[in-house]
Design a protein around this ligand. Structure first.
Ligand code: 6PG
Length: 244
């Protein structure tokens, strides 16, 4: 059974999730000295970022937080579509996280394939194991079932050795960098934030254990078993059958 937390609405989802995340980051740093956090793009995380930068700003030991991204749109860092820019504006510019702890995917003056290789090297310096093991990985769900920048039918879904690859998207911006399935699913904790009525169908599909991940990419997260939690608002959860 997938682990699903149903929240009243988008604000309640952000409030509950930010509280859990702040506590989890602080506890991880207390235990291990650092917390590796991978952010996602999209709109749903914005409210969470705002809460981390306000309500929870002084409860998080920011010098121990190391920030990465699970995917990035291949646009300049100051482009309005950049996931890095979004995170900077909503979170990172407002908290005392050291600049050296912030690791955006490279998108400037480099080919996408080189950017993917360079970011994989960045991750390999940060993690010593066979795969990166983020303490916390945040993801979203697209209306077509995509997660990170793994879109339906993408060859990137079949990658089993690389940690990061260049991939194309059927929506703008078309060129992306994304962590691969084995890299994403190696995370210690994965949280998928899903909000809004337009996600009803995608959510039902990706949580169906018969779903083909090549058609509904987020279904691939089931490989991470009970390390995945779905944070869903009521609007998005409308099509789910309550457990009997
Ligand atoms: C991106 C993403 C992507 C996103 C989903 C959900 O860079 O676009 O990381 O996978 O998380 O599309 O986005 P929303 O939160 O806007 O629905």
């Amino acid at each position: 059974m997938p682990d699903i937390r149903i929240c009243t609405d988008a604000q309640d989802l952000a409030t509950q999730f930010a509280a859990m995340l702040a506590e989890s980051i602080a506890a991880t740093i207390e235990r291990t000295g650092r917390c590796t956090l991978a952010l996602s793009g999209g709109n749903t995380p914005r409210r969470v970022h705002h809460l981390l930068a306000s309500t929870y700003r002084d409860r998080i030991p920011w010098p121990g937080v190391h920030v990465f991204w699970g995917d990035e749109r291949f646009v300049p860092a100051d482009d309005p579509h950049s996931n890095y820019r979004m995170a900077r504006e909503t979170l990172l510019d407002h908290v005392p996280c050291p600049a050296g702890n912030i690791h955006p995917m490279p998108t400037g003056g480099i080919a996408p394939s080189e950017g993917a290789l360079a970011y994989e090297q960045t991750l390999r310096r940060a993690f010593t194991g066979a795969w990166p093991r983020f303490d916390v990985l945040l993801l979203g769900l697209g209306v077509d079932g995509h997660t990170a920048s793994l879109f339906p039918g993408s060859p990137a879904l079949d990658e089993r050795e690389r940690w990061v690859v260049a991939a194309t998207a059927p929506i703008d911006p078309r060129m992306r960098l994304t962590m691969t399935v084995p890299a994403l699913t190696a995370a210690e904790r994965i949280h998928v934030l899903v909000s809004g009525a337009d996600k009803v169908e995608a959510l039902g599909r990706v949580l169906d254990e018969r779903a083909d991940p090549r058609v509904y990419p987020a279904a691939t997260l089931r490989a991470a078993g009970d390390r995945v939690r779905w944070w869903v608002d009521r609007a998005a959860a409308a099509g789910l059958t309550p457990p009997s």
